[in-house]
Design a protein around this ligand. Structure first.
Ligand SMILES: Cc1ncc(COP(=O)(O)O)c(C=O)c1O
Length: 399
């Protein structure tokens, strides 16, 4: 067949985990226990009161189109939750509710970036940031961060990366994949650099409620309110409320941009599912005791995972401040062999660990950090213990 696909796809990498996932599926079908350390979602069910609210809303008629950017009620709920839990008060005309934060970010890419534009993305980064930039023909500018700096963008590195073509910068705090989070002091320093340059500032706060050891998540909107006229907050219910399947995320943006996002969403997906919007409204306004229980479970598993990783010879892992990922340095085991097989890259190591330990991990190269592996600790304590033991045995077989 000679029909061409769009050239847009030439620049876009497919999901790095696809080959791994199909291999993992095969192992499962063969009856093996597989340790799912690649997952990006809580293993808890959505709190019952949220599902009940959705059910009641559906019975009451939340089964039709809603306004493109979300019902007035859910947009108001986003504003109330932002005021209560993030410390600043947006207005509903700033809120665009989408089918997940990923769709919200894609709307932003459509609304903001053109060929020739550069978008600064600190590395390690969440895989979709650069790919979405490429999809619309713009250029991601990847700026390295350092583990010993909690993976925070350095102000001098930001200053060096900013240029006349810079259209936006995308920060993620706490970060997927590193779990690193920005301190108020660092945000202040970055804001100072950004004041000298006219570009959009996008902050993905989807893991903002998942921080540990007393680390306080701070919003740039609070730390540098003068930047609000070009600040976009990306957030959603997926991670905090264990609602990945409901597909609700949003942007909080200056009204002019929010209007543009409404136009783009109006000609693409239109509104996010009405029932899911009702669920998100209940989640945002409801009690948070179940969330706190989930957060505490993640906290416990975080220690278990990171301490377990650090016991493996050749592996090093820093204790992350937030999210639910351990980002471990496996460079100490690269270059080794298993019989004929030589393991030189993180992807080869991830495949080896899948085959030998039945543990699914994600190679750091996909996130711009070769030699690392990302392991999600949104899995049971037993899976962490047994999976790490299996990884340890597989590593011990390398020479
Ligand atoms: C940093 C980050 N942002 C956004 C998303 C998208 O979340 P969703 O589309 O489920 O709202 C994810 C999901 O993995 C993420 O890790």
């Amino acid at each position: 067949m000679s029909l061409h696909l769009s050239r847009r796809l030439d620049a876009v990498a497919p999901s790095a985990t696809l080959a791994m996932n199909s291999r993992a599926l095969k192992l499962r079908e063969q009856g093996h226990k597989v340790y799912a350390f690649a997952v990006g979602e809580p293993d808890f069910p959505t709190p019952r009161f949220i599902t009940e609210a959705a059910y009641q809303a559906a019975l009451k008629g939340a089964t039709r189109y809603t306004p493109v950017s979300g019902t007035p009620a859910v947009r108001k709920a986003v504003c109330e939750a932002t005021a209560k839990h993030r410390g600043w008060q947006p207005t509903p005309d700033m809120v665009t509710v989408s089918a997940g934060a990923k769709a919200a970010l894609f709307n932003l890419a459509m609304a903001l970036y053109e060929p020739g534009d550069e978008v600064i993305i600190p590395a390690p980064y969440w895989v979709s940031y650069p790919e979405q930039v490429r999809m619309v023909g713009a250029t991601p500018v990847l700026v390295e961060t350092r583990e010993e700096d909690s993976w925070q963008l350095n102000p001098a590195d930001l200053a060096a990366a900013l240029g006349p073509k810079t259209k936006a910068i995308v920060l993620c705090t706490p970060s997927n994949p590193t779990g690193g989070a920005y301190t108020e002091a660092r945000l202040k320093e970055l804001a100072e650099v950004l004041r000298g340059h006219d570009c959009w500032v996008i902050v993905d706060e989807i893991y903002g409620d998942l921080t540990y050891d007393g680390f306080v998540h701070r919003s740039l909107a609070v730390v540098a309110p003068d930047l609000r006229d070009r600040l976009v907050v990306v957030d959603g219910v997926s991670k905090t409320f264990a609602m990945t399947g409901w597909r609700i995320g949003w942007t909080i943006a200056p009204p002019r941009l929010a209007k543009a996002l409404d136009t783009i969403q109006g000609q693409s997906t239109s509104n996010a599912a009405a029932i899911a919007q009702a669920a998100a409204e209940a989640a945002l306004l409801g009690p948070r005791d179940e969330l706190e229980a989930m957060r505490q479970a993640f906290d416990r598993r975080r220690r278990r995972m990171v301490e377990g990783l650090n016991r493996l010879p050749g592996v090093r892992c820093r204790m992350p401040e937030g999210a639910f990922y351990a980002f471990a340095d496996f460079r100490g085991v690269l270059g080794k062999r298993h019989g004929e097989l030589r393991i030189d890259t993180d992807d080869q190591l991830a495949m080896y660990l899948l085959d030998q330990a039945h543990a699914v991990t994600v190679g750091g190269g996909a996130f711009g950090a070769p030699g690392y592996l990302r392991l999600s600790y949104a899995v049971s304590d037993d899976d962490i213990d047994q999976g790490l033991a299996a990884i340890g045995e597989a590593l011990a077989r390398l020479t």
